[in-house]
Design a protein around this ligand. Structure first.
Ligand code: FAD
Length: 637
């Protein structure tokens, strides 16, 4: 299979403008003849569904939540990047492009990243016009703060609730289209499979989560906006419902899964506190604008943090990366925390924690300013831990947070499976091997508001789409496959809960395919995953039936997919015999512990093709070309 990213010709600055001119348009009267299914109504899905409907297409938006406002996007705290350069501190489209390519450790597609930086300025205008209450300066201009991996302030924010406010904006836009009748919103329906007819994605099969009914939904094109797979590690900062099912089942139907091993571990999360915890909580990266990260210099120092004098503290990020300090990128900051804890310098009961300290910022700016900037995050921290972070430093540790891998898409955001478009965190995205903070919201909204609405039209205008209905053999066969799978799960009738298997898989993945990986660990994971999967299919217990509201069935179905998907992650991490961004292979590091890339052999997007459960998937490579940013060793020193 030859992967064609369909990158337009010409200078990088002109590619998107030229492409928009070159794509075929559909006249307004004809648009309403086309139907598009959008699965997922987070920021990516809601913005796409609203924009496509506004353009005149018929849209069916599907989510398993009871309201689109419950998508995991609502959890985003810190902010959204844009190259507006309001602070006049040297930002530009070019600099955002450069920072993102470098931040991703030179493993992303230049043309996509440049387009992302270009449309980033439109997103802020769109959201502001919708009434998103971004923070403002005294004079009325929108305010900015800094995020990791950048030396300019380009992050727009609404306190620590930026995702929620942006989602309310996108939701209002969607609700308007629902009201007008051109978006049919289907809530509480889980997409269980893609319907492929003549090699083209033509619909989905859903399970109604309340009644258990399986339904067929047909369209001219399908858009997946179903988020990331960070919960493969069981514990993560993601909402518990986040899962890989939609993208994984599309993969099983022929879509390639790209770079699954690129998983982001966020440096500032509340540490794990016990074996039966089900979730980890993020403390936004924005806190690193004012918080200083440190550990005691002496191993096993059990004194209270305030009793440890300045000269006995190691502000390790400031020491190791003086240019970026506490705002070093996430992969680098996470690894440094791990290194300190592995060296016995970690704090807290488990020794897997480091301090994030606001003492100096409070002394410099006053408590009121800190409260104004991060009040809700401090309150959340205190509610969870019982500690008051205004008085004692926060304790934090890295946790699974975001997935740069996802379904492979070309420049038009279409997967290799014709008609299947993938947007937001669900695609393999523009972030390469590491995502810079505040860039996921930017990418999801860029895809939904500004990129897909152009590119999908070109597909619809040129595709040869035959008439189908629910009785078309491919549709009936897909419903039958889903039905068989549901029955198979129910009939296992074993003794252990789906969560038992999820937790077991998550621990294996965290230990071997987590923040640091090596050949032996990855091979071990590849041996163990099939064993857990086998045990699952012999011993999982699902209470109730398939014809009712059944949370344990929902969970089991998602865990079953994680148990297959985990293997591709391990294969990908094993194949990528280099360190790049968040993918840290212990065999490949510099003497001072930094990631060592191998551009000659691994400058590619790894796109995996399904070959059967338990079989090694086939690797296809999209070579990455760097014509505008010079390949260099990534340094934040
Ligand atoms: C705690 C936290 C804080 C964050 N803070 C920031 C930040 O400050 N800045 C930033 O840029 N990024 C941040 N991120 C990342 C960012 O929030 C996400 O990457 C982004 O919101 C993902 O949006 P999405 O629309 O792609 O997916 P989601 O918001 O996850 O939406 C997925 C949608 O798909 C639906 N869905 C999934 N599977 C199915 C299925 N099988 N059937 C039907 N529906 C399905 C869900 O119901 C949901 O509607 C943060 C992430 C976390 C975890």
């Amino acid at each position: 299979m030859k992967l064609d990213a369909k990158i337009p010709e010409g200078p990088i600055q002109d590619k998107w403008t030229k492409h928009k001119f070159d794509v075929k348009l559909i006249n307004p009267a004809n648009k309403r003849k086309y139907k598009i299914i959008v699965v997922g109504t987070g920021l990516a899905g809601a913005s796409a569904a609203a924009s496509l409907s506004e353009l005149g297409y018929q849209v069916e938006a599907i989510t398993f939540h009871d309201s689109s406002r419950r998508a995991h996007s609502i959890a985003a705290q810190g902010g959204i990047n844009s190259a507006k350069n309001y602070p006049n501190d040297g930002d530009s489209v070019w600099r955002l492009f450069y920072d993102t390519v470098k931040g991703g450790d030179f493993r992303s597609r230049e043309a996509n990243v440049y387009r992302l930086a270009q449309v980033s300025v439109d997103i802020i205008d769109q959201a502001t016009a919708q009434g998103v209450p971004f923070a403002r300066e005294y004079g009325g201009n929108l305010a900015n703060r800094s995020f990791g991996g950048a030396q300019v302030s380009r992050t727009f924010y609404a306190r620590g609730q930026t995702g929620q406010q942006l989602l309310l904006g996108a939701y209002q836009a969607l609700a308007k289209e629902v009201e007008s009748g051109s978006v049919k919103l289907r809530t509480r329906k889980e997409m269980m499979d893609i319907i492929v007819v003549d090699g083209k994605a033509r619909g989905v099969v859903t399970r109604d989560l309340v009644t258990g009914e399986l339904e067929t939904h047909l369209a001219d094109s399908v858009v997946l906006a179903t988020g990331g797979y960070g919960n493969v590690f069981y514990l993560s900062t993601n909402a518990q419902a986040c899962n890989v099912t939609a993208t994984y089942r599309a993969y099983k139907k022929g879509a390639l899964f790209a770079n699954p091993c690129y998983t982001q571990i966020h440096p500032t999360c509340i540490p794990v506190s016990g074996d039966y915890q089900s979730k980890l909580t993020l403390m936004s990266e924005s806190l690193r604008n004012d918080g200083r990260i440190w550990v005691p210099k002496a191993k096993g120092d059990k004194r209270k943090p305030r009793e440890i004098p300045e000269n006995e503290r190691d502000y390790y990020l400031e020491r190791k990366y003086p240019s970026f300090g506490n705002l070093s990128p996430r992969d680098i900051s996470s690894r440094s925390a791990k290194e300190a804890c592995d060296n016995g310098l970690g704090i807290g009961a488990t020794g897997y924690g480091v301090y994030l300290d606001f003492k100096d910022a409070i002394a410099r700016l006053g408590r009121d300013t800190i409260e104004e900037r991060y009040g809700n995050l401090f309150e959340m921290y205190e509610r969870i831990t019982g500690d008051n972070p205004y008085e004692t430093p926060m304790m934090i540790y890295p946790a699974s947070h975001y997935t740069m891998g996802g379904l492979w898409v070309d420049y038009n955001l279409m997967s290799n499976l014709e008609g299947l478009h993938v947007i937001g965190e669900a695609n393999f995205s523009d972030h390469g091997a590491n995502r810079l903070g505040a860039s996921a919201l930017m990418q999801g909204l860029a895809d939904g508001y500004f990129v897909l609405p152009y590119t999908i039209g070109n597909y619809l205008a040129t595709a040869d789409l035959k008439k189908i209905d629910a009785n078309t053999p491919e549709c009936k066969a897909t419903v039958k496959e889903v039905e068989d799978k549901v029955n198979k799960l129910i009939n296992v009738n074993g003794t252990k809960t789906p969560s038992y298997f999820h937790r077991k898989l998550g621990k294996l993945m965290w230990d071997n395919v987590g923040m640091a990986r090596n050949e032996a660990g990855l091979k071990h994971a590849l041996e163990e995953i099939p064993k857990i999967r086998e045990e699952f299919w012999k011993d999982v217990k699902i209470s109730g039936t398939g014809a009712e509201y059944n949370i344990s069935l929902e969970k089991a179905s998602r865990v079953a997919d994680f148990l297959e998907f985990a293997e591709i992650m391990a294969y990908d991490a094993l194949d990528r015999d280099e360190s790049a961004g968040a993918h840290f292979r212990e065999e490949h590091q510099t003497p001072d512990g930094e990631a060592k890339r191998n551009d000659e052999d691994y400058r590619y997007v790894a796109a995996w093709e399904y070959k059967g459960v338990g079989q090694r998937p086939e690797l296809h490579k999209e070579e990455l070309k760097f014509e505008n940013v010079k390949l260099a060793v990534r340094s934040y020193k």
